[in-house]
Design a protein around this ligand. Sequence first.
Ligand code: TRP
Length: 336
Amino acid sequence: MAEEKRKRILSGIQPTGAPTLGNYIGAVRNWALLQNDYDCLYMVADLHALTVRQAPAELRRRTREMAALLLAAGIDPTHHVMFVQSHVPAHCELSWVLACNTQFGELSRMTQFKDKSAKHPDNVNGGLFTYPVLMAADILVYNADLVPVGQDQTQHLEIARDIATRFNGIYGDTFVLPEGYISASGAKIMSLAEPAKKMSKSDTNANGFVLMTDDKDTILRKFKRAVTDSDEVVRFDREAKPGVSNLMVIYSTFTGKTMADIEAEFAGKGYGDFKLAVAEATADALAPVKDEYARILADKSYVDGVLKEGAARAARLADRTVAKVYRKVGLLQLER
Ligand code: TRP
């Protein structure tokens, strides 16, 4: 049977903080599922992490940890490509050319830039400003068709499309216009302690997040304390019942049950039963991933070998795009 050309997926995740349940449901788990239907490139976005000050040793460690999590979650580096952003110089090379084709005004309008500038007023650096250009380069350098991203990145995907469209208009057809891929279920997992905020391990309240390394008792305890509301009705309503709805999303992810199934299952029962069920489903689902993660992380040379191979394969694809772009914009190329 002739192999049909599959669409190409690219996505990235920053190696900031210890991997959480939010990273797993919101991104990594979906990435693993997409491998059946697409050619995938998955990257640890360490260069993007530099836009916020990082402790060097910690960034290095987190980068390897994130790679180990991807492998533990089932990313298959033999059939797909997994690598670290900074290991493929083509991203930065393309990023410069794209930056020269991106307007100050459009970058100024990015809501994440505005939010992060407000959050770190002492470090509003150039990288924070050009962050979406590097992200556009990550995507366009591989001519990715689809880009799985969280809600908070849709504006960056939009600008990547704008940059690609503009470039194609000026220099002739060069880039594929990427589409966003927002999965139905795991769009965004919220903090267990403050369900209005995204789950993040930088949360000051440790009960707000579940780490991929948490043991079962810790997971049970954190879910038991999860903030809900006072009406004791398990019903999906993100606006009125953000805490309960977040727990329902988590439960639905791991059991495959619909929101209606879950509402029926817990009708007439209190939140105690519900939280326990969510906690157990989560602990059971995470147990094998957590074990794999520990096993893989202990084998540093395996992880590094995967990353080395991944970077070489990614670079072969990316270098071709950069050469084409350099030629199109008029950079002198010498014969080899
Ligand atoms: N900016 C993304 C985030 O923080 C990570 C990222 C970097 C990315 N480059 C990308 C995601 C390219 C998709 C495609 O979530």
